[in-house]
Design a protein around this ligand. Structure first.
Ligand code: SF4
Length: 467
């Protein structure tokens, strides 16, 4: 019987089948960040163990650092500084590579891992962060772990992992104008629930995925975890190889041919079997925006806020009611036109150069609506530099956006930066649970182009009317 891409990746890294549904897997690369990195590294040191292979362990400063221009180790949240300095110290002592503040390669872990070629097809990669599944877009097996597992992975280059079931999500058809990978994944989650992928590793496949540029594939896989999946994977192809070639930590020219030969064998066999399969025609998808406090609380921008009374499942109905109360919304209100107080383009989901280009094309020559605070946080120092070389920063600043340094802190409330109490934010991030972007902040998840269009109008907007 044929094997799927996920099975091939698993089998290639399986040291031993433990016979209880789990395997001991070889881990190629470990990526840390300052929120949990110092904890894992210090605990490792305290236990008298060391990093087994420092060349395969990397660390960035992204989660707690401020995004203000001219930032330093000092953060708005006083305790943040301790995390930064402790991680730096521990990482240096362990001899691992650190993408520190001031390093042009610094950025959000899931943006810089592919950007630096640290993630590439055929690898296993772990990081103490749930959105590590982003790297699956390259045809790697990548998943989020806890800091104790990170410690174990660093000490042994192995982890015990329960074998997931496999699911294939096939996206057929062609995307309509103004509809993006973000809308595809929000649509999938809204249709099948935030628990629709629980217990599975998902392969995203089909013509709409094959036609997708690499950066959009990252967006798709980034939110596999929001679907409840263990991870998401896209089998590598020419688009993947083109993206990876020449990146600093990717296979060198000397090893490229053998690497590519190996990667080509990762594609799922025609007779591969999956435990579950879903099919979506992307032509049916419109720009999609969340209305509640879970990514499954999302509908098309041309729809209305749903009525919990129509939900048969009691638990879901109660969640909807609670979400509407938190979001201060009433059933039946058209999504388009709901006034916003802020707009955010950033996060590991949508902060890459193509996201910024697409958003800049919407705002060019226009102004952000009066009273709306609009912020751009590029995903990495390299994304920022590339955007500035194209003049995108000027486009955004002229339109009234703030242009920030790379990091996570406007995506989730850790460093102290936030949008203000009860501010309604249209956001290109991946999570919208209560207080995610700050105390009582009301987050509407959307694509970067929907965010840009909404910022101009001062209300949730159907971007198709602007492009
Ligand atoms: S950008 Fe947001 S979602 Fe992504 S790793 Fe940082 S905090 Fe997590």
């Amino acid at each position: 019987m044929g094997r799927s891409c996920i099975e091939k990746l698993w089998d290639a890294h399986e040291i031993t089948d433990l016979g209880d549904g789990s395997s001991l897997l070889y881990i190629d690369r470990v990526f840390l960040h300052e929120r949990t990195g110092s904890i894992a590294l210090k605990s490792l040191e305290a236990s008298g163990r060391r990093v087994r292979n420092p060349a395969q362990v990397f660390c960035t400063m992204d989660h707690i650092v401020d995004t203000f221009p001219g930032r330093t180790d000092q953060t708005l949240m006083p305790s943040g500084t301790d995390f930064i300095t402790a991680t730096r110290e521990a990482a240096r002592a362990a001899g691992i590579t650190v993408f520190d503040l001031g390093d042009p390669r610094q950025g959000i872990v899931h943006v810089i891992a592919p950007e630096q070629g640290i993630a590439y097809p055929g690898l296993t990669l772990v990081c103490p962060d749930s959105h590590t599944c982003t790297q699956g877009a390259l045809g790697a097996l990548a998943w989020g772990i806890g800091s104790t597992e990170a410690e174990h992975a660093m000490a042994t280059q192995t982890l015990v992992v329960r074998r997931p079931k496999t699911m294939r999500v096939v996206f057929d058809g062609t995307l309509s104008h103004g509809v993006t990978a973000k809308d595809m994944i929000l649509h999938l989650i809204a249709t099948h629930g935030a628990d629709g992928g629980v217990g599975y590793a998902i392969e995203f496949a089909g013509p709409a995925v094959r036609n997708m540029p690499m950066e959009a594939r990252f967006t798709l896989c980034n939110m596999a975890v929001e679907f409840g999946a263990w991870t998401g994977v896209i089998a590598p192809d020419e688009i993947t190889y083109e993206y990876v070639r020449g990146r600093p930590y990717a296979p060198s020219a000397e090893h490229w041919e053998s690497a590519e030969t190996c990667w080509r064998s990762l594609v799922s066999d025609d007779d591969a079997r999956f435990d579950a399969e879903l099919r979506v025609n992307v032509a049916d998808i419109v720009p999609t925006v969340s209305w509640g406090t879970s990514p499954q609380h999302a509908v098309g921008i041309d729809e209305t806020v749903p009525d919990p009374a129509t939900e048969k499942d009691v638990n879901r109905r109660q969640l909807m009611e609670k979400a509407l109360e938190y979001m201060d919304l009433k059933p039946g209100v058209p999504l388009e036109g709901i006034p916003i107080g802020a707009a955010f383009i950033g996060s590991c989901t949508n902060s890459r150069l193509s996201d910024l280009r697409n958003a800049a094309a919407i705002v060019k020559g226009k102004r952000v609506a009066e009273g709306v605070r609009a912020i751009i946080v590029p995903g990495s120092g390299q994304v920022k530099a590339a955007a500035e070389a194209e003049g995108l920063d000027k486009t955004f600043v002229d339109a009234g956006f703030e242009w920030r340094e790379s990091g996570c802190s406007m995506c989730f409330f850790a460093g102290g930066e936030n949008f203000g109490l009860e501010t309604r934010v249209v956001s290109s991030t991946n999570r919208n649970f209560e207080n995610r972007q700050g105390p009582r902040t009301r987050t509407h998840i959307a694509s970067p182009t929907t965010v840009a269009a909404s910022a101009l109008r001062g209300a949730l907007t159907d971007v198709r009317k602007l492009v």
